[in-house]
Design a protein around this ligand. Structure first.
Ligand code: GRF
Length: 191
């Protein structure tokens, strides 16, 4: 199969798992070549073991430029068709996002509530709905071109955790569907 996805993830990895499962079931016609995490203790690590997907541990170190370069080289060696940031909590540098095709799933309706606390910020601001956005990644914080977004209503008793879980249910379906559509339009570079 010539369509290869490389996933970046920092957390529990439920989005990554949705992508991997869709691929393994044949619902997504692409192979997940590996997952990279900057958090060696994160839930995504054991998920990859269970799902039999290679996990690359790349924890942050003192030299950020060197870390960026290592990430670049790892990605280049894998030659993915698409890089998917699925809960990856690091900003990717300009060279990375202009060299590789990178998308990100974010838990708000961008451009509202960019950054690491999007769900909390939406709750604090008292809006009645938030949602999820999938966008191309540029060198800014959740500023890249929007591909697709879906609304999720905020309910009266929502806590950050409860609301985030409801958003993530939508995110999982949307990321799989969006990857599938994008792969049909992207020029394949992986042999
Ligand atoms: C998602 O809501 C994603 O948008 C955000 O982090 C969450 C990742 O969840 N950046 P999980 O680790 O895939 O469960």
């Amino acid at each position: 199969m010539s369509r290869c996805i490389f996933i970046l993830a920092s957390g529990t990895g439920s989005l990554a798992e949705a992508i991997i499962s869709a691929s393994q079931k044949g619902d997504l016609s692409a192979q997940v070549i590996a997952v990279l995490t900057d958090q060696p203790e994160a839930g995504i690590v054991s998920k990859c073991a269970t799902l039999d997907i290679p996990i690359i541990s790349h924890p942050m170190h003192d030299d950020r430029a060197e870390w960026n370069e290592e990430l670049f080289q790892i990605t280049e060696s894998l030659n993915p068709t698409l890089v998917v940031s699925a809960g990856f909590m690091r900003i990717l540098d300009a060279n990375y996002v202009t060299t590789f095709k990178v998308i990100n799933s974010h838990p708000s309706l961008l451009p509202m509530f960019p950054g690491a606390h999007a769900v909390r910020d939406a709750l604090i601001s008292k809006v009645t709905q938030t949602g999820t956005t999938i966008h191309w990644v540029d060198a800014g914080v959740d500023t890249g071109e929007i591909i697709v977004a879906r609304e999720v209503p905020i309910l009266e008793d929502d806590t950050e955790e409860v609301l985030h879980e409801r958003i993530k249910i939508v995110e999982r379906g949307l990321i799989v569907a969006t990857i599938s559509e994008l792969l049909d339009t992207l020029e394949f570079s992986h042999e």
